[in-house]
Design a protein around this ligand. Structure first.
Ligand SMILES: Nc1ncnc2c1ncn2[C@@H]1O[C@H](COP(=O)(O)OP(=O)(O)O)[C@@H](O)[C@H]1O
Ligand SMILES: [Mg+2]
Length: 510
């Protein structure tokens, strides 16, 4: 192979090799897709003289790095427990990508800059030290890390600002790739805006795919429904094969979970402290140790998680009078949902994506006739679009901001009737296993969504009047889940009939 090289060529080659630092070799390995220098090491539990057997390998991290550098996937959610090495992986990927490809532009984003500085930056410093990276500058005024080859990693805050609801501020930069840490804290809109900013800066020069890396602990939010749930029922990968309506390829998505027990580098104290924190508190244990996405650690959640899990199996719930409740939507992301009830048993759930008002009227009339429900037992969400149906459908119309029902069995001081109904639904019905959603035609997705919506009944302090009970506002629920709680609205409206049993129904709401 060295034929044709004269002595001076060989000498200069030798000189080049001599001048290579261990870091240069790591950078070249990274470029070639060999991550041994990151994922191999000595396990933390080895003490003093280490033996061959102490060498260890973080297989999940290696998989994650492969996905981060392949030409297949575009959006990658990694995580689903604490201590699996999410942050370390993100820092290694960005640092080595920036060093391996001159003049590239990367970001790491979080809800708040102070969290980036307090946690991600600390891990960057650890990674720099561990891998002997000294040649970088951190600009603390403008919050970016710069390397001598001209590459940059920007630290960006993506907090929701009412003055910029569409996150247009994020829209003007061009990046090679980026990472969103604790993505569940971030508005879905911000994530989609960031997704449009990557793949735009020297990607074709180096053959780098558009790559959005996301990390988070398990939580009930849009990331769960968009990645975890779809990963579990495999639809994530079926969706990847479908084309967009405009005939273009979809962003190729993938989810990979990683538990603390899969991280061979974890310090024993970390496991011990996580374990002692988690052992007192089941949801924390389930979420952070076992990576269970179906546990909410919010102590203010009004429905007990176990009871939420029961709503499709409460066969003991007896049938009673028939009611219909309906949440109206004509277009956009909201659903049009009708529940038909016999007592607290849901016998029929009708869901439509997009509807026209004639369709709504005919659906309602059809179900009203089929189940023989009188107009006094039909409740329609009367806010917004629902109001248009007044005069077209004989029914009651629910006003979310309406006054609480005073004569009902449940008379504490609530901000409005909607909050009152949600409290009653959670405490009296769900937590006593008194609701059975018995429609066998519900899909797995719909069931998951119903459960996620029930977990969003969350107590919050009322800012105007501390004496009043309040629940998490719908806008916040929408932004956390990524969709409107349309099923929950139908369940909430059913409560009204229980509360107002003693009232003259026609007087209060019509
Ligand atoms: N490749 C690695 N080499 C050395 N240490 C690692 C590696 N990956 C992870 N670690 C160790 O594991 C610890 C936990 O990883 P971290 O990324 O903070 O977890 P997470 O963000 O998932 O909670 C880190 O503090 C680090 O000490
Ligand atoms: Mg972390």
């Amino acid at each position: 192979m060295l034929d044709g090289l004269n002595n001076s060529d060989l000498q200069s080659l030798q000189g080049d090799l001599d001048s290579l630092t261990p870091l240069d070799i790591k950078i070249e390995m990274f470029r070639q897709g060999d991550f041994d220098f990151i994922v191999e090491g000595i396990a933390d539990n080895s003490e003093g003289d280490w033996k061959i057997g102490d060498f260890t390998r973080h297989h999940k991290q290696e998989n994650a790095l492969k996905i981060l550098t392949d030409n297949v996937f575009n959006e990658f959610l990694y995580g689903g427990a604490a201590g699996g090495a999410k942050t370390w992986t993100g820092c290694c990927w960005l640092a080595f990508s920036a060093m391996a490809y001159a003049d590239t532009n990367w970001f790491v984003a979080r809800n708040e800059l102070k969290d980036l500085l307090g946690s991600v930056m600390k891990t960057f410093y650890k990674v720099f030290k561990y891998h002997g990276i000294t040649d970088y500058k951190f600009n603390a005024q403008k919050n970016f890390i710069e390397f001598p080859n001209g590459s940059v990693i920007n630290l960006i805050e993506v907090k929701y600002k009412p003055a910029d609801p569409m996150f247009e501020d994020l829209g003007s930069f061009e990046y090679t790739g980026g990472w969103i840490e604790e993505v569940g804290e971030i508005h879905q809109k911000a994530v989609s805006v960031l997704g449009t900013r990557i793949g735009r800066y020297n990607n074709s020069k180096y053959g780098l795919s558009r790559k959005l890396f996301m990390t988070c602990n398990p939580k009930r939010n849009w990331a769960k429904s968009m990645f975890y749930d779809k990963h579990m029922d495999k639809s994530l990968y079926q969706d990847n094969k479908k084309l967009l309506p405009n005939g273009r390829k979809r962003p190729q998505r993938i989810y990979l979970n990683c538990l603390v027990t899969e991280n061979p580098f974890i310090e024993q104290e970390y496991i011990d402290s996580l374990y002692s924190k988690a052992s007192e508190d089941k949801p924390t244990y389930e979420r952070l140790f076992k990576g269970n996405w179906d546990y909410e650690d919010n102590p203010n959640q009004l429905c007990e998680q176990e009871c939420i899990d029961n709503v499709f199996d409460n066969f003991h719930v007896k049938e009673g009078k028939t009611y219909i409740t309906a949440d109206i939507a004509l277009e956009g992301s909201d659903l049009f949902v009708i529940f038909v009830w016999k007592g607290w048993k849901v016998v029929k759930v009708l869901t439509r994506q997009v509807t026209q008002s004639a369709q709504i009227v005919s659906d309602l009339n059809y179900l009203k006739d089929q189940y023989r429900v009188s107009a006094t037992r039909i409740m329609i969400d009367g806010d917004g679009i629902g109001a248009m149906l007044k005069g077209q459908v004989r029914a009651k119309f629910f006003r979310n901001g309406g006054k609480v029902v005073k004569k009902g069995v449940y008379t504490s001081n609530y901000r409005n009737v909607s909050v009152q109904c949600l409290y009653y639904l959670a405490r009296e019905i769900v937590n006593n296993d008194q609701m059975w959603i018995a429609d066998e035609n519900l899909t797995r997705d719909q069931k998951k969504r119903i459960k996620d919506e029930l977990s969003q009944i969350i107590r919050v302090p009322n800012k105007q009047d501390f004496s009043k009970l309040d629940t998490k506002p719908k806008g916040e629920i929408k932004s956390d889940l990524g969709f409107s709680p349309d099923y929950l609205d139908c369940m909430k409206m059913r409560v009204w009939f229980d509360l107002s049993k003693e009232l003259d129904l026609t007087v209060v709401y019509n």
